[in-house]
Design a protein around this ligand. Structure first.
Ligand SMILES: [Zn+2]
Length: 412
């Protein structure tokens, strides 16, 4: 997430100033050949597409800027590839390749609103790599070289959340944030880079080292830019995700869970997020932006923890939310009734209700004064209580779920 910092740390190792984005230096000819090949490949892909939203004409200057990013990124990728080992989980790499390909197609063809960075349509030939390490982290080098740690791949609950992080990292590359920073702050070039690189990688890229490097870097270039970059990437991600099969809520729930785990204690490994906890403002802004686009916030889709799941158990079916059993239904049709109730309950939880929005009314549970769940005499018999008592217990369990949800959503 907040790893533009890491990207910048690497970017500052540029051996020569890159005024206007021309960084040819003493690059081996094969790099230019690779970039040209990628470019030709991209153009061929575009030609195959039947409909283009807008005719995309690239100027020679624009092509130079894109080439400069690709060359710079390739150089840093070579350094990173020496320091970080590829994952041993082939399934992580396959999952990342599959989802990132979908988001890349969108980012390379759709122009979006860019609140900070280069607002042109900047297509790149992207490569995504999963690398060893427990950090819940990912980072983006210029030109589309993007890295995800094992820790992040394990941390995402759904493809929606992974798509959210992918779209965020793509936005950093696509909005050319490193080039923008270099243009805005020339002193970045002069900063003592090797020191930071050592702190980044000497310990095998542990969270503490990355955090120390990030702090140094932030002090050197001043504050403010990274927040603008993060907000721009968050907003870019939402805009890409609405065009994709994935629910944009994924990036929000990912951020909310990171914020919660950050609070759990200093020993929790979150890499660079130690120095840059996801701010309440960031999540609030994202929720507001989603509202502007009429995108419903559906945590039941984007997560597994905030989704009511039906599980077949002895004598019936239990409904669980965030590892709490809300109620166990009984009878032959328990699973079918459970599925209907789960859909209604998910809509209810997605609205982040207050504790008093759920109540018992006879043998039934109501949310916002509408039926949420009808309990049968068979359900009551299985629990060994009356229908009214079972409804009261169920309400208390739903309130526990609301509490855990509200705690996650509002208390950053
Ligand atoms: Zn970021």
């Amino acid at each position: 997430m907040l790893t533009l910092v890491a990207a910048c740390l690497l970017a500052t190792r540029a051996p020569e100033p890159c005024d206007g984005g021309h960084c040819h230096g003493d690059l081996p000819p094969r790099v230019e050949a690779i970039v040209d090949h990628a470019w030709a490949e991209w153009q061929a892909q575009q030609a195959e597409k039947p409909v283009q939203q807008t005719p995309f004409q690239i100027t020679p200057q624009h092509k130079k800027d894109l080439d400069a990013d690709a060359e710079l990124g390739k150089k840093y990728a070579e350094i990173v590839d020496k320091e970080l080992k590829p994952t041993e989980h082939a399934e992580f790499q396959e999952r990342l390749d599959r989802i990132s390909a979908e988001i890349v197609t969108i980012a390379n063809s759709k122009r979006v609103e860019v609140s900070w960075g280069d607002g042109r349509l900047n297509p790149f030939k992207y490569t995504f790599k999963v690398v060893k390490g427990d950090e819940v982290n990912a980072f983006s080098l210029p030109g589309g070289y993007i890295y995800f740690f094992d820790g992040l791949m394990k941390y995402v609950e759904t493809d929606h959340e992974l798509a959210g992080v992918i779209a965020h990292e793509i936005s950093h590359a696509s909005f050319r944030h490193i080039a923008t920073l270099q243009r805005e702050r020339s002193k970045v070039q002069a900063f003592t880079i090797p020191l930071i690189l050592i702190s980044l990688f000497a310990g095998g890229g542990s969270g503490a080292d990355v955090a120390a490097g990030a702090q140094l870097f932030e002090q050197a270039v001043g504050s403010g830019w990274s927040e603008r970059a993060e907000l721009a990437a968050d907003w870019g991600a939402v805009q890409y995700l609405v065009e994709s099969p994935y629910d944009p809520t994924g990036i929000l729930t990912f951020m909310e869970r990171l914020a919660r785990d950050e609070r759990l204690g200093p020993n929790y490994v979150l890499g660079i997020l130690r120095t840059h906890p996801p701010s309440r403002e960031r999540a609030v802004r994202m929720t507001a932006r989603m509202g502007q686009l009429n995108i419903p916030v559906r945590r039941s889709v984007a997560t597994t923890s905030f989704r009511v799941v039906v599980k077949e158990v002895d004598g019936g079916a239990s409904l669980k939310f965030n590892n709490v059993v809300l109620v166990t239904l009984a009878g032959e049709d328990a699973v079918a009734r459970g599925k209907v109730a789960a859909a209604t309950l998910n809509d209810f939880f997605d609205r982040v209700p207050a504790l008093f929005d759920v109540r018992a009314a006879g043998g039934r549970v109501e949310g916002y004064r509408r039926p949420l769940l009808e309990l049968s005499p068979v359900d009551a018999a299985l629990a060994g209580v009356s229908r009214e008592e079972l409804a009261n217990t169920t309400v208390r369990q739903i309130q526990r779920g609301i509490y855990s949800l509200a705690y996650r959503v509002w208390d950053y």
